[in-house]
Design a protein around this ligand. Structure first.
Ligand SMILES: *Cc1c(COP(=O)(O)O)cnc(C)c1O
Length: 361
């Protein structure tokens, strides 16, 4: 047997599968499998990228200060409490690297984001799952699952792939009930889509054990560029800053993110269109006999009668060039996660499911 072996935990990782983007033999594909912004980034972002492109022979700035200042201005936060990463996934990775290792537990919810167990295993820690209540984060179950080995508790609020969220009082109860030494990480990848929600900022103020992550990948339409950030107590930021590679973000990424943040009008338009079409999509699904929970994100989790029906609908949509996401790996084999597209995209999904129903009738 080879003496070359990876660190403990690494072989436990089930490889992350991204949303499919092609269908054999089908053109005019509509990708609704990765919760991307159907309108793309702001035109100001593409201009900023072009301008930054001419300078790529220079190493980027290492402290990300202009980007942190822009985030601070838009969100009313102290830039000293912000750290930027290669997608929010990298910030989640920093948290695991810095705070968890062999023998430690990383807690997440039953239908929580796939990266949480992957990142926990990558540092040799043990992922622990807490049940949800009807596809909603269950604070009591999370608190009951805590042990003295719990180091990190990840909840996405609103959650992917369920689209549901819990209120500030519940999150506060979770934060205040955690064992000493554990950090509550509020993954706010979809926070901008939930009206009036600050992503958890107010819960961080006055606590030393709550941290928030955010991304440019969803609302801002920059998933392909990989930019995210975290906000939290200064002592945690100071720890994470030590393991962040100095050149983790390029000037192109930072320029794009700043331009995206500054185009408030475009962002507001994307949020409003998403809210309008998300309601329409859910209502149309309901009239076709497909229930879904009220979503506060840019996707809807459609529930079918059983796994076979979900798979048949998925195949039928695919044959028409519409790609949605199967979520069996999230413990939801009877569901399909459908990103809210533009108006034509939403109509295409509904037409597809209607024709599936008619074909069966
Ligand atoms: C998409 C997503 C992320 C992050 O993505 P990045 O592109 O790495 O910023 C994080 N958490 C959840 C729940 C997501 O759905």
């Amino acid at each position: 047997m080879s003496k070359i072996t990876p660190q403990p935990g690494i072989m436990e990782i089930a490889l992350y599968e991204g949303g499919q983007s092609h269908v054999e033999g089908v053109t005019n594909v509509l990708k609704l499998s990765s919760n991307e912004n159907p309108y793309g980034p702001s035109p100001k972002v593409t201009a900023a990228i072009a301008a930054a492109a001419a300078e790529v022979h220079r190493y980027p700035n290492t402290d990300h200060l202009p980007l942190r200042q822009a985030i601070g201005e838009v969100h009313g936060l102290d830039p000293a409490q912000i750290i930027c990463g290669v997608g929010s996934d990298e910030v989640l990775q920093f948290l695991c690297q810095a705070y968890a290792g062999p023998g430690d537990e990383v807690l997440h919810t039953e239908h929580g984001f796939a990266m949480y167990p992957i990142l926990a295993h990558a540092v040799g820690a043990t992922p622990v799952v807490a049940t949800e209540r009807e596809r909603v984060t269950d604070v009591d179950a999370l608190l009951a699952a805590c042990t003295e080995r719990t180091r990190l508790v990840f909840i996405a609020n609103p959650n992917n792939p369920t689209g549901t969220m819990i209120g500030g009082n519940e999150v506060a109860r979770l934060a205040d009930g955690l064992p000493e030494g554990a950090i509550l990480v509020l993954d706010g990848a979809y926070a901008e889509f939930a009206p009036g929600y600050d992503g958890g900022v107010s819960l961080i103020e006055g606590r030393d054990n709550v941290f928030m992550t955010r991304t440019f990948s969803k609302l801002y339409g920059l998933g392909g560029l990989r930019i995210g950030w975290g906000y939290g107590p200064k002592p945690i930021i100071d720890v994470l800053a030590r393991i962040r590679q100095p050149f983790n973000l390029s000037e192109v990424q930072m320029a794009a993110a700043i331009a995206a943040l500054r185009d408030r009008e475009y962002t507001a338009h994307c949020v409003a269109e998403n809210a309008r079409l998300r309601v329409w999509l859910a209502e149309q699904l309901a009239t076709l006999g497909v229930p879904s929970d009220t979503s506060l994100t840019n996707f809807v989790l459609a529930r079918f009668a059983n796994t076979a029906e979900a798979e048949a609908v998925d195949m039928h949509l695919k044959s028409r060039g519409v790609i949605v996401r199967r979520v069996a790996s999230y413990g939801l084999p009877h569901c399909l996660r459908i990103t809210v597209g533009d108006e034509a995209g939403c109509a295409r999904v509904i037409d597809g499911i209607r024709s599936f129903r008619e074909g069966r009738a």
